[in-house]
Write a protein that binds this ligand. Structure first.
Ligand code: SF4
Length: 205
């Protein structure tokens, strides 16, 4: 069965797609053969509709309610912007008290050809953007973007952070143990109006 919603710690996670504009050096989806914890997150190309996601979420919430729901699977949620926005709106209608977070690589505006921060902010409370590096060349080496996003990707990601920061709680992240200049990244995060989080490097499960 395709795993479109999974439970991890105190939250429910939505796996909207396996597509991604990047191929990060630390990506665990290839390392763990699309598995995470006890779940198989391989959608085998069958991306869920908003109705499917809501139906599974309702069952999970009835079993054990959570305070946070996160768009974050083995893929980039903004690759499916329409479904993401529809699903976020329905979740907020059903569970207004739940915190809704989007984990993203920050290329959503570039991929969709317009500034999407305002559309996201209508229902997303918190956005966590993988900054990965305070340096454009280093970023390219780490995230290995597809050719069509390579030239503009880094600047587009920074512009996206700037656009999100006044609209919702905005966090930028780097991954631990990647030799990233933390002080420089802190300064950049501040300039962008975002908070910095250092994510754990996951090596094994
Ligand atoms: S952005 Fe996430 S899903 Fe995409 S390659 Fe990087 S780590 Fe993997």
């Amino acid at each position: 069965m395709k795993q479109i919603v999974y439970r991890f710690k105190d939250a429910l996670y939505i796996n909207l797609t396996n597509r991604c504009p990047n191929s990060c050096v630390f990506c665990i989806k290839t390392k763990f053969a699309m598995r995470f914890d006890k779940y198989d997150l391989n959608l085998c190309g069958q991306e869920p509709t908003s109705e499917e996601v809501i139906s599974v979420l309702q069952k999970e919430m009835a079993q054990e309610p959570v305070k946070e729901i996160v768009f974050c699977g083995y893929g980039e949620p903004t690759m499916r912007l329409k479904t993401l926005l529809e699903t976020a709106e329905k979740i907020k209608q059903l569970y207004p008290q739940v915190k809704l977070r989007l984990n993203t690589i920050g290329l959503g505006s570039l991929v969709n050809g317009r500034d999407i921060s305002g559309e996201l902010a209508k229902n997303i409370d918190e956005i966590s953007i993988s900054l990965n590096s305070p340096d454009a060349q280093e970023w390219q080496k780490i995230v290995r973007p597809k050719a069509e996003y390579a030239a503009q990707g880094y600047q587009a990601m920074l512009a996206f952070v700037r656009a999100c920061a006044p609209k919702m709680n905005t966090i930028v992240s780097i991954v631990d143990k990647q030799n990233i200049d933390v002080e420089k990244t802190k300064k950049l995060a501040q300039e962008l109006g975002a908070k910095l989080r250092i994510r754990e490097f996951i090596d094994e499960m």
